[in-house]
Design a protein around this ligand. Structure first.
Ligand SMILES: [Cu+2]
Length: 321
């Protein structure tokens, strides 16, 4: 699951070898000590058992032993530090020619914004090009983790951080949030797609359709694709079941809905304006029975023409009923 062996022999990223060196060195030492100490302990149990040594003897200290078991572990931990440090240091400074992507995390999805304004729920990068990712968290602490690349970094609200990597092998890799960030944390997953330079350029320059309709040609199919791509389905369902947020199925156009505005119960009519407000200013009107403050505004993320398509989909749900 962690990596695809499309081209065996080439590491998925430039950090794999130094990371593995530090990791296996530490595991190796731990294993060696575990085996060595267990064997020694069993040997002592046998050698100094009560039948053979019925009378306890005082054993005086040994300076040579004291020095030995201080110096050797000290050297080993220093070596661990060395491998860890030399592997970590290059991660802190991205090359100047790296392409820049901004990753925005919110409860509970990631989005990746490119320099030409393109936004994607998946991280698509060209092979053999250094990629710098600016990390932005909108609500709580998240953590961007790409196991196959051996990189992970916390995303803290209000703090500017970054990570970078050189993807060396084409393929698709898992990406997920590694900091427990609330109810739907375990759904906060995405993928990294490492593609050829040509393929990347084709994808990058195609800004016409951020979302591709993969839901067939049913009414509102495009809207459904947008909801999926924007991560909306992490909190809202189409089948009436209750997640963190209300279900789309409960939205009946033209009918009344009870919401809390400034803490007071108010009746609103479900219409276009209500939907737009719910996406751009989600905390101004909270559907009764749901917690406030969980959803961040999608203003500047989901454009109005996408909302039009979302509304088409929401209306189609009603008609099926
Ligand atoms: Cu998270």
């Amino acid at each position: 699951m962690i990596s695809m062996q499309s081209t065996p022999g080439i590491d998925a990223s430039n950090f794999v070898s130094s990371f593995n060196l530090a990791f296996y060195f530490m595991v190796g030492i731990a294993l060696l000590f575990m085996l060595g100490l267990t064997v020694l302990m069993l040997y002592f149990v046998y050698k100094y058992n009560r039948k053979k040594n019925s009378k306890a003897v005082q054993i005086e200290g040994s300076v040579r032993l004291e020095i030995l078991w201080t110096v050797i572990p000290a050297l080993l931990t220093l070596l661990m530090f060395y491998f860890g440090w030399s592997g970590w240091k290059p991660m802190t400074k991205a090359p100047d020619d790296a392409m820049v992507v901004t990753s925005t995390a919110r409860m509970w999805n990631f989005s990746f914004e490119y320099e030409n304004g393109k936004s994607s729920p998946e991280l698509v990068v060209p092979v053999n090009t250094p990629v710098k990712i600016n990390l932005v968290a909108l609500d709580v602490i998240h953590s961007l983790f790409i196991p196959a690349f051996r990189i992970k970094s916390d995303m803290v609200p209000g703090r500017e951080t970054m990570m970078w990597f050189l993807p060396q092998r084409e393929g698709q890799y898992d990406l997920y949030c590694a900091e427990y960030c609330g109810l739907q944390h375990s759904y906060m997953t995405s993928v990294v797609k490492v593609v050829s330079q040509e393929e990347y350029l084709k994808w990058y320059t195609d800004t016409t359709a951020v979302t591709t309709a993969t839901e067939g040609s049913a009414p509102g199919a495009e809207g459904l694709a947008i909801l999926k791509n924007r991560g909306c389905n992490a909190c809202h369902t189409s089948d009436g079941s209750k997640l963190v947020g209300p279900s789309y199925l409960d939205l009946r156009f033209g009918e009344k809905l009870i919401v809390l505005r400034d803490g007071k119960e108010t009746e609103v009519t479900v219409d276009e304006t209500y939907i737009i407000n719910s996406i751009y200013d989600p905390n101004s009107e909270i559907v009764k029975g749901y917690p406030k403050g969980l959803m961040q505004s999608y203003k500047g993320v989901v454009p109005e023409d996408e909302i039009t398509k979302i509304i088409e989909y929401l209306k189609s749900l009603n008609e099926e009923q």
